[in-house]
Design a protein. Structure first.
Length: 148
């Protein structure tokens, strides 16, 4: 848990409805020509459920290739925790979104260090206008799939 200054990839997702946000940091090693996730950490402004799911995700990501990590869904991340109540399903979706956002940066297989001026979630939230296109907002849906 926490910021990773030397991260190779960073992804951030937030929910405007509940105010929760998750930022995922990834560090890669190259083994036999493939990028492998060596370390994953996160920062969260959210409830205990979001923190638990993000923590579980960081453990599950270690040793995975980018393709394997892309297949890690919210359902897989929450399986160890148990089924989430309907009002907490967005927590898994936020963590999955932050992971996908970080992995999108690496879809071209070129590693670039994150901008040091935006290294912390709280710092980047304070700097109005600097994250255009960097924070994804996901709508919360009810059990019938309707946006609330």
């Amino acid at each position: 848990m926490g910021e990773m200054i030397d991260a190779d990839a960073v992804g951030t997702v937030g929910s405007s409805e509940c105010g929760d946000m998750v930022r995922m940091f990834l560090k890669f090693d190259e083994i036999e020509g493939k990028k492998i996730i060596n370390k994953a950490t996160f920062q969260s402004f959210g409830c205990q459920t979001a923190i638990a799911v993000a923590s579980m995700a960081t453990e599950m990501l270690k040793g995975k290739t980018i393709d394997e990590a892309k297949n890690l869904s919210a359902d897989k991340m929450t399986a160890e925790i148990g089924s989430l109540p309907p009002m907490k399903l967005h927590c898994g979706e936020m963590v999955e979104g932050a992971l996908r956002s970080a992995l999108e940066e690496n879809s071209n297989e070129t590693l670039e260090a994150p901008n040091k001026d935006e290294s912390t979630l709280s710092k980047s939230l304070v700097q109005a206008g600097t994250l255009s296109g960097k924070i994804k907002v996901i709508p919360i849906t009810d059990t019938e799939g309707q946006k609330s």
